[in-house]
Write a protein that binds this ligand. Structure first.
Ligand SMILES: [Zn+2]
Length: 241
């Protein structure tokens, strides 16, 4: 692993524009469960029930309870050493762009700037009917129209925010190093962005607990392990230069 780590640090040092794409693995050490292995039986049973925007109309109370509990988990969580390492990287290399699938807002809380949140942010809520973003959410009706609140996250069957997606695509094709952290990059657009980056000449580093079958063999460096351990080691290496 030491050799891989040194190669990764060398790539970081040689790169001018870095993109770090993160998924659920980055926030695991902060105690945020992934969508599919949500904590507790009630949450597991209801994850499927309330993953579509239409579920709000079908069962407003259940929908609000489910997403309110997910929000409570996130609000109790704190950034971990992986988030903080990425904030430090961005301070050292301001051109670094951060793209994430996570809706927990922990990168921003750690001090990261201009995070491209592909799936939105669970800390932001809006009225499902009129779009009003002023609370008090989530357990209250909209003060303007009486509609229900929903989190500003991309639910199953919904489109990604086109502006965020375009920024992520542009950053990916413009970078010279793409670091994939804590994501197996199976779903769109996670699956496409590292491929687009490599097609435009970027080197790829994968950093994940599990193998990434379709990308590891194309990566310049494969780091297998916890992001809260490996990211600080990478960024500390950068400081030494
Ligand atoms: Zn409203």
């Amino acid at each position: 692993m030491q050799e891989e780590l040194e190669t990764a640090i060398g790539l970081l040092n040689a790169s001018r524009r870095v993109v770090v794409f993160s998924g659920a693995g980055l926030s695991r050490a902060s105690g945020i469960p992934t969508y599919r292995d949500a904590d507790g039986l009630w949450m597991q049973q209801n994850a499927i029930q309330f993953s579509h925007a239409e579920d709000l109309a079908r069962d407003p109370a259940g929908f609000t309870k489910f997403w309110g509990q997910r929000l409570a988990v996130i609000e109790e969580a704190a950034p971990n050493a992986g988030h903080r390492a990425l904030a430090a990287l961005q301070r050292l290399r301001p051109a670094t762009r951060l793209i994430t699938q996570n809706v927990d807002g922990l990168l921003t809380q750690a001090g990261c700037m201009d995070v491209l949140e592909l799936h939105g942010n669970l800390r932001r809520w809006r009225c499902d009917r009129c779009g009003n973003r002023h609370g008090p959410w989530p357990f209250h009706r909209c003060l303007r129209c009486g509609g229900h609140a929903r989190p500003d996250v991309v639910m199953f069957g919904e489109m990604l925010n086109p502006g965020v997606l375009m920024d992520a695509q542009e950053a990916s094709v413009d970078c010279d190093l793409f670091v994939l952290v804590g994501s197996t990059a199976v779903v769109y657009p996670a699956a496409d962005l590292p491929v687009a980056a490599m097609a435009h000449g970027a080197a790829l580093i994968t950093l994940n607990m599990e193998p990434i079958a379709h990308l590891d063999d194309r990566a310049r460096v494969v780091l297998r392990g916890a992001s809260e351990v490996l990211l600080p080691l990478m960024v500390e290496g950068l400081k030494g230069v």
